[in-house]
Design a protein around this ligand. Sequence first.
Ligand code: BES
Ligand code: MN
Ligand code: ZN
Length: 505
Amino acid sequence: MPSTLSTAFDALTKTPGQVAVILVEPDRKLSSEGRKLDKACGGQISRALTAANFKGGRKSAIEVYALEGTDIQRLVIVGTGDVSKAAQQDWIELGGVIANQLTTRKITAAHIIVETASKAEGDGAQAAADLALGATLRSYTFRLHRTQPEQNDAPPTTLSELVFHVANVEGAQAAGGTSDAVAGGVTLARDLVNEPANILGPVEFAERCEDLAKLGVDVEVLDDEQLRELGMDAVLAVAQGSDRPARVVVMQWQGAKSKRTKPLCFIGKGVCFDTGGISLKPASGMEDMKGDMGGAAAVVGLMHTLAARQASVNAVGVIGLVENMPSGTATRPGDIISSLSGKTIEVLNTDAEGRLVLADLLWYVEDRFSPRFMINLATLTGAIIVALGREYAGFFCNNDRLANDLSAAGEDTAEKVWRMPLAKGYDRLIDSPNADMKNIGGRNAGAVTAAQFLQRFVTDVPWAHIDVAGVAMAANKTDISPSWASGWGVRILDRLVSDSYERSS
Ligand code: BES
Ligand code: MN
Ligand code: ZN
């Protein structure tokens, strides 16, 4: 992985080395290791806490230099806030906070004593793995194309090594395997979204998917000729304005006991660049449309995570990769196109292209895989950003159980989703006099009419559409998401799989 941070776990009893971190809860409660250290240095730590009037609040930190009677040259004391009832997500975020405290101090390697006074999360194994995940996610950078890292500003500090000291080292290493799998998937998704479109077109994106084979994922790339034979006319109608051909990638992970267990299917919009086509977008901010493949990136990241942690499910990821360009061969407004389903579509706005790609993928996946469910992710509409901003992704679902499971997974991972309505009255807005449907509704409820359009290509399977336009890129920065590309979707879907589908299969 391009992440430069390596994390490891070691015993609590090992001496923590030159740079150490301890965690302090409110009321200056030190852990037992913290008290030992305080004793060893003749009370230097408690004196510093008092002098700084340290409250132990979340995101507070102080530093003590040259700890007497120990090898520790720099001790960073990080406040945890109340962790007596902390959930997994709180530990992950705390890992991000610790990473940030270290980098702002230009520290590149440190030993972290995971223990807290209230001993939340038992022997510390899971907490250590969670902290490692949070620190890794926070340490993400995209510097692939910077040949001179030291530009005008100070050289950026990158955390390179963290050692987490815990009572249960083996437990932490086991839990850490899952953390690595998740971090790897999120990092992969972010890298794909950050990459500009001149470097990552449909062909190049598909090539990167082939790397998943190393993890045991079966990767199949359908080229434009195969798409034509299959009849994916809607995908091809979007791609035809570009010199770069379309690709559809099918990724299969078989982790269930039986190969015949119906798969969980994930589908992603992969518009490598969305100019709008002939219905050209305005110039300002168009560069963000290099991220219009954020749904596909999340699906690839998820497949990485599921395979890397050997998830005991059958899962399929399918992504549609195209570039939406204006040209002499581009689809025009008013054109009537066909689709894999046979249904015809009047394209009134070539900028409503993502739904055309997804229409064929949804039909293809339901027909080929008879899935347990289909979930598609797409940076589909600006309207969802108007409705929900960048806090929640909007989702649409034809099945209450799936909807509830998704919402719960979103709360647990802080990749939050808000359910939006599907209804006959909205569906009517995309009826067309000239074809089976048109690809845009009116001015109203733009995110909903887009979802209604997709639903016309789903027949009889639990299905959810998550509109990630507001969260996949240019989203709110958080303790664990520092980059323009968030990698949104990997963690919520991995959680959905592990919580609702792995235990039973
Ligand atoms: N990729 C865009 C949606 C988008 C907008 C994603 C902003 C991320 C940030 C999508 O293809 C699009 O252009 N949608 C149109 C639909 C309209 C023409 C009905 C939109 O939202 O304006
Ligand atoms: Mn568009
Ligand atoms: Zn788009």
